[in-house]
Design a protein around this ligand. Structure first.
Ligand code: NDP
Length: 480
């Protein structure tokens, strides 16, 4: 069909108010319709009609259900007739600006949860182009697929030690062969104008080198957690990015995940009074002694920097304040092939200002368990699967008179990797600091070093007092 229904609707509203759509088509034929449509479009261009309506904020397109011919029929190729109705576009506001959401015709009552505005993806040529460094589990299983849900980010280059992976993954995601690089050619990213950001997804021991080398190309850097294997490396990474005048963000996806943000808001607004105690666990079962996660030089440690870090970073995020003391206990089963170099388990307590206690445990040798509970004066919030990629379940409990109210809160889920990458893109596009900058990663590294020291020495270790809230974080991300 050369004439779309939408165009016909527009024509009908402007030129054929007294005739039905069917009559109009019969009488005028397509040729006439095209002529009328052209006139209508011309009048839109000249600033009349629809343009004036758009300025006034009235619907800019669409046919109300009352005007739809609901009694048409369709004759199938076999000759059978089926009841049908007129296919039209219902009323909608369509702002011309791509960043403004289309407003569709409402139909839900406010008794039920409201859906958010429709997504406003940037046109592909306006999105921030990423080079992904390291094609392992996280990149292939989560990050590359998550770009499909991004609105401001797109993958444009790959860096890998495997030419076979480069070739295959580039084909799968539409990346040009000339935008695929070896580790030796990493600095050639400098000359790739499509690349604005580099995402480091390598084993922990390589983060420092690849952030520093990446900064020298003038591209902005998103680096996986843990930021590095020592606070000293973190400081060098921050300095290199500052010197090169590029942004550095640490990929703390939880701080962009809707359920964790909901708990943070409820804790900070004192929904159930002041928080008193957090219990947090992030545990899983690992295998393969040859994997880098079980080599101290490559991983920096065991369960703590890999998954225990989520308990640490998320508690800091929920409370906004910084711990003043840690006390830790670590264990590795003697002779266990996986835990010759790195810890199997770390259990630690953190003391926060105002007497808030945070108890954490992380384990590499139990069935997967990822939750926390924030106990506040007048209620608690429990987030199951808190640190998982999906499946968060939020429960709260409080008293109302004689009743104990236990609620399950559901909110729309969002891909947290997409939200995190889009936040970094937003920072690049709007030239603002990231919510989770290098300083946030450095603070975690300092606390982890105190945790290891405490476990080694069997005594509490004090941390320098950091007054204020969100001291190491940048501005809030915009809603995903
Ligand atoms: P993988 O082992 O699956 O992948 C790492 C990739 O790094 C390899 O596939 C390889 O890519 C590259 N690499 C370069 N040098 C080495 C080396 N010496 N040994 C092994 N790999 C090397 O790791 P993950 O993807 O699970 O983890 C990567 C990073 O992401 C880590 O820092 C980890 O902490 C973090 N992570 C974060 C998660 C999150 O939820 N935010 C979840 C999982 C991991 P290639 O073959 O292309 O050369």
């Amino acid at each position: 069909m050369s004439i779309t229904n939408e165009l016909l609707n527009t024509v009908l509203r402007h030129a054929g108010q007294e005739v039905s759509r069917k009559e109009f088509l019969n009488l005028a034929g397509r040729g006439l319709a095209v002529g009328v449509a052209a006139g209508t479009l011309a009048s839109c261009h000249s600033g009349g009609g629809k343009a004036a309506e758009a300025t006034a904020g009235t619907p800019t397109t669409g046919t109300p259900a009352a005007e739809v011919d609901a009694s048409t029929t369709y004759t199938a190729p076999g000759g059978q007739t089926v009841a049908s109705s007129e296919a039209v576009s219902p009323p909608a506001k369509v702002p011309a600006e791509v960043s403004q959401p289309i407003e569709l015709e409402a139909w839900k009552s406010d008794v039920d949860p409201q859906s958010g505005p429709v997504p406003t993806p940037l046109p592909p040529e306006q999105r921030v182009g990423y080079a992904l460094v390291g094609l392992g589990h996280l990149t292939l299983e989560e990050l590359l697929p998550a770009f499909g849900e991004c609105k401001k980010s797109k993958p444009v280059a790959l860096v890998s030690g495997s030419p076979e992976k480069l070739k295959k993954v580039a084909r799968q995601y539409g990346i040009k062969p000339e935008s695929c690089y070896s580790y030796q050619d990493y600095e050639k990213l400098k000359d790739n104008a499509e690349v604005q950001a580099i995402y480091i997804v390598l084993p922990n021991s390589l983060h420092a080198e690849y952030v520093i080398r990446g900064a020298s190309t003038g591209k902005h850097i998103l680096c996986e957690k843990p930021m590095a294997n020592s606070a000293q490396e973190c400081e060098l990474m921050i300095a290199a990015c500052k010197k090169a005048n590029v942004k550095l963000m640490i990929a703390y996806r939880i701080q962009y995940e809707p359920y964790n943000r909901q708990v943070r808001d409820m804790v900070r607004s004192r929904k159930f009074g002041p928080p008193k105690y957090i219990e947090a666990q992030n545990s899983q079962s690992s295998a393969n002694p040859a994997h880098w996660r079980h080599k101290k030089a490559l991983a920096g440690g065991g369960a703590l920097p890999d998954i225990g870090l989520y308990c640490l970073n998320t508690s800091r995020f929920l409370l906004g304040t910084e711990p003043t003391e840690v006390f830790a206990y670590s264990y590795s089963t003697p002779g266990h092939p996986l835990f010759k170099e790195v810890e199997e388990m770390m259990s630690w307590q953190m003391r926060f200002p105002d007497g808030v206690i945070v108890n954490c445990v992380t384990h590499y040798n139990t069935h997967d368990s990822r939750f926390y509970r924030v106990s506040a004066e007048r209620g608690w919030l429990h987030l199951d699967n808190a640190y998982a990629y999906q499946g968060q379940r939020l429960q709260t409990s409080h008293a109302e008179g004689p009743a104990k109210m236990q609620n399950q809160i559901t909110i729309p889920t969002k891909n947290q990797f997409a939200a995190e990458m889009d936040h970094f893109s937003e920072c690049i596009l709007e030239n603002k600091p990231p919510h989770t900058p290098g300083e946030e990663g450095l603070q975690d590294q300092r606390i982890m070093e105190a945790i290891y020291q405490s476990a080694r020495e069997g005594r509490p270790v004090k941390l320098p007092a950091v007054p204020g809230t969100d001291v190491f974080r940048g501005p809030e991300p915009k809603p995903a």
